[in-house]
Design a protein. Sequence first.
Lengths: 263, 796
Amino acid sequence: MYAFTYQRPTSLADAATAIQAEEAKLLGGGQTLLPTLKQRLARPTDLIDLGAIPELKGIREADGGLEIGAFTRHAEVAHSDLVKRVIPALASLAEGIGDRQVRNMGTMGGSIANADPSADYPSAVVALKATVTTDRRTIAGDDFFTGMFETALEPGEILKSVRYSRPDKAAYAKFRNPASRYAIVGVFVAKFGAEVRVAVTGAAGSVFRATAFETALAADFRAEALNGLSVEADGLNADIHASADYRAHLVTVMAKRAVEAAG
Amino acid sequence: MANPNGIGASVRRREDQRFLTGRGNYTDDFKRLNMTHAVHVRSPYAHARILGIDFTDAAAMPGVVAVLTGADMEADKVGSLPCGWQIHSKDGSPMKEPPHYPLARDRVRYVGDAVAVVIAETREQARDAAEMVVVDYEELPAVGSSTRAVAGGAPLVHDDAPDNVCYDWHLGDKAATDAAFANAAHVAKIDLVNQRLVPNAMEPRAAMGEYEQSNGEYTLTTTSQNPHVTRLLMGAFVLGIPEHKLRVVAPDVGGGFGSKIFHYGEEAVVTWAARKVGRPVKWTADRSESFLTDAHGRDHVSHAELAMDADGNFLALRVSTLANLGAYLSTFAPSIPTYLYATLLAGQYKTPAIYAEVKAVFTNTAPVDAYRGAGRPEACYLIERIVDVAAGVVGMDKTEIRRRNFVPKEAMPYQTPVALQYDTGDFAKNLDIALPLVDYPGFQQRRAESKARGKLRGIGFATYIEACGIAPSNVAGALGARAGLYECAEVRFHPTGSVTVFTGAHSHGQGHETTFAQIVAERFGIPIENVEIVHGDTNKIPFGMGTYGSRSLAVGGSALVKAMDKVERKAKKIAAHMLEAAETDIEVKEGRFTVAGTDKSLGIGDIALQAYVPHNFPLDELEPGLDEQAFYDPKNFTYPNGCHVCELEIDPDTGVTTIVSFAAVDDFGNVINPLIVEGQVHGGLVQGIGQALYENCVYDEESGQLVTGSYMDYCMPRADDVPSFTVRYHEDQPCTHNPLGVKGCGEAGTIGAAAAVINAVVDALSDYGITHMDMPATPEKVWRVIRDATPAMAAE
């Protein structure tokens, strides 16, 4: 990696100041950024480590749902009794991220702010009607992801926490890339009363909602309700691991599995 | 009383203490005063002409000591990296052997080909400066695959290799094979690809060169499986350093799988540069460099046909293989798709006529050479795939067609039609042990149960035989080897009775420090703690050919036995002198020397002490000291063999394959340490399963860019991808021609597993009308087969 100045602020305010430096980068768990730096694919002047800021940590029950600090590691979400009780699907999503090493280092905020098209968390943000809080404002989960590796965050804006609504039923089903263990397709299904949300990650440039699936499931929350339904393969991601039409097929399969798992 | 740590004991690996506690001493751990760091400037193009190299800015960067290029090497008369094996084509012409310079001179021929080296005070400074080296390339059309290499009008990788052909070789009796096909009742055919693999040793390659001006001595510390071979090749052919002035040390090495057998350009660069800059120079590959520049494995495209009579007896096998050797000839590359592949095409079967043609080609990809199994997995995969196809053609059970065609135990020693003579093997016994382990009769019921759950279940068999313990020097020499293939050992008793063994074999994960010590402890009746195994240093070991081809125990262990024989003979003389008896009256058992019929005896420890304190030796008859060395050159290859059975389940909705069970029954001859053998089998199986289901090295066919250059895209098998293995071995068929009766176990798992897995995948998909699927059987590939099946099938 190239040389950079390492900073480890202990308050959000200090971090907000530090990130104003030219070409500064925020460091969460580093599971994307550090390999990028090691390969010299990025050249930040300053690296602002968010790991010592108390405001970014912790899992709380809030408005019946959950508020999770941005610097909460995947393993903490996966193993939290509170998460398991309130939104077990979220704990299970976290438990399926990467591998043990990634889960012990990677953070929820880092995953969301990075907006990797094949990351798991974006599906939960959208399906669980989340609200994203930053050091400047709150952003609706539906408006947060704006494209491949693109979010509504402004330069220097720091993701503070995410508030997830508690669904009646929910589950996340993932078809993982056997090499990287990112999602080739991940489908998060959540039922809130008469409303059903189906958020798909991995398949396209950014997380999206399968609205036809949502309508069908709102009428009949059973896997069979999705028979004959599929998303358009056109415009989906295609790489050496999965073609677009295979991904389109997997969206239906994973959606059904999520519905079954949600019970 | 039997030695608790002797032969046959599952002694825990003594080396693991240091490996598991981070106390291993790997090449990159070595630090020297004034050491500098080298970073290579590598070609981003698969094929390009070098028009110029401008390193003015790079040389002015902080910490830069030197920037060196191919022109500097040429000025210093540095030679080409030599190839250790020469193959002759069908027409008698020698293979094309274009030069392979450590730093490219006028053209680069694969992505990663080294163009220059930057030497600086720190590695990061060297990297910074390497980015500032400006190479003016004229990009040329590239050849990214073997099939493209032989397509008409393909660009030439080397101007002096027409049609990109290195050699066009054959083996076997073509006329007899053709005649058998003419009379065949049935013919099975298959087209298959044995895909390219990246070796992925845990420790990346590294090398440190040192030069001592006061005495002209060079030292190369390197990640090598065979330091003496590297010393010979680099000293004699590349840098012109005589052996007595060049020390090569291969300290702890974190896995090789073949990729560290070869002499690589970076080793020559750091050794040469150490003298140029007057300071030690160290280079350590990062993982991206490993992907790009470690010699890759496999990469065959084959067509095969098997002729049978009406009863499914094999009459003849015809094989045509296109082998990709990459951009340059790596050290043993030419031998892999020829003498380590085609000679194994008989497999365990008594097929009377075999004819194989192998065309080996150059491409703009990383060099391809031996990778765990090296030619033999390719042979096993081809045979076991076509045997399954043949079972379908004649309508026989897959185990029965194998049993019917096995070379019977009674036929041993058996001369195959492809040059080898198997010494021992009871192939039916392997199958007999395996079938109950997997409850073969119960399979159809399990398949029905899976189907009821919406899953597809398959079972796959693979039998294998490999030629290991490579091999008699005279045979290898006749086949084109430019090296001998013996091994050396020295057994040194110290005055107080402890022993140091110096072996030319090299351990990079195999556990020699334990198994070799067990052999010594057993022989001399001493505690294993009193035995130290030293390897990997040309200044300590008399000579050695290193470790590959599952040869350490069969060849190196035999050398050790020979050296122990000599020690024992000498000790007997000393005992006779000390006990005032005739040498012929001394009986020896487990290190105890007894005058026959008396209670007068001495232990080896007493004798060792006397050997170094020879106060009253008859010096004209008896030399002081107890230190003997021996060279062992085998009479034949050894022939480990076995039977693998894989059972798996496919999820038709996603195409995901899950291995349910895997059983391996092996005949490794005698087993020294069952625990280590089992570990070797486990690791080998995972590597074979990795090839069958996950791993695939992909180059873009036209641009020659490596598509799978990291673990994000190159899928390695992980612990949770494989089941608990059922591993058995039997010792009924010890090797007949080495003193330990051992055959070797290092590659077996890898050789059999891939075929067993794919046979099981094809079996699971048999309702969908396919007879073959190329590796890796990825979920999408499997899903497509199911989706593309007839609508009637899909609706069922």
